[in-house]
Design a binder for this molecule. Structure first.
Ligand code: SAM
Length: 180
C-alpha cells in the first residue's frame, strides 16, 4: 500500500482498550502509534496487545495536544461522531496521515479537533468501542487504498480470469525497480 499511517488515542483510560488499538494498528501495518494525555502500565496494555506492538512500531506518549508533533506532511484525521463529520465510506484517505480517536467516556477534545484537517464518522446509530472504531477505520483505509480489484456485481469473489492482471500493492514499484 502506498503512503503510511499512524494511529493514536486521546485520553484513553482503559489499558485493555489501548492494547486492542495497538494490536490492531500493528496488524494493519501502522508506521507509528501514540497516545495523548494517557499513561498506562505496559503490563496492563500487554494483556490485550499480545503481539507486543510497542516492540515492533514506534510508540509515542504525548503529554498534551500542545506537545503533539507529527511528521512533516502528515495529515491529522479525527475519528469522531460529530454533526459535521464526513461519513467514512465516502472519505478519501490521505496517503500520509495519522488517525486520532477519543476517550471511552467523552469525545475528542476541542484542542485536538482544531488540529484535525478532517474528521470522519463511522455510520453507526451510537458510539462503538474505541478499539472497534480504530479497526473499522483502518479496514476502510485498507479497502480503499489497498489496490484490490473491484467487487463483482454477483455475490462471491472476483472472476480470477478478469483480474489476472491484478498484482498485490507495491508489485509495480518492485517490478520497475528490478528492471532498472
Ligand atoms: C465509546 S466512544 C466515546 C463515547 C461517546 N462520545 C459517548 O457517547 O459517550 C470512544 C471513541 O470511539 C470513537 N468512535 C466510536 N464510535 C464512533 C463512530 N461511530 N464514528 C466515529 N468515531 C467513533 C471516537 O473516537 C470516540 O471518541
Amino acid at each position: 500500500m502506498r503512503g503510511y499511517f499512524g494511529i493514536g488515542v486521546e485520553g484513553i483510560s482503559k489499558a485493555h482498550n489501548l492494547g486492542a488499538v495497538l494490536r490492531t494498528a500493528h496488524a494493519f501495518g501502522a508506521s507509528f502509534a501514540y497516545t495523548i494525555d494517557a499513561f498506562h502500565k505496559a503490563a496492563d496494555v500487554g494483556r490485550t496487545d499480545t503481539s507486543r506492538s510497542a516492540s515492533h512500531l514506534p510508540f509515542y506518549e504525548w503529554e498534551s495536544v500542545d506537545d503533539f508533533i507529527l511528521p512533516k506532511g502528515c495529515t491529522l484525521v479525527g475519528v469522531e461522531l460529530t454533526d459535521d463529520s464526513i461519513d467514512l465510506p465516502s472519505f478519501r484517505h490521505p496517503l500520509n496521515c495519522a488517525y486520532v480517536l477519543g476517550p471511552e467516556q467523552g469525545s475528542l477534545s476541542e484542542g485536538v479537533q482544531a488540529r484535525c484537517q478532517h474528521i470522519v464518522k463511522i455510520p453507526t446509530k451510537f458510539c462503538i468501542n474505541v478499539s472497534l472504531a480504530a479497526a473499522l477505520t483502518l479496514y476502510d483505509r485498507t479497502i480503499s487504498l489497498g489496490g484490490y480489484p473491484d467487487r463483482p456485481v454477483r455475490p462471491g469473489g472476483p472472476d480470477l480470469g478478469a483480474v489476472s492482471n491484478w498484482q498485490p500493492p507495491g508489485y509495480r514499484r518492485q517490478a520497475r525497480k528490478s528492471k532498472s
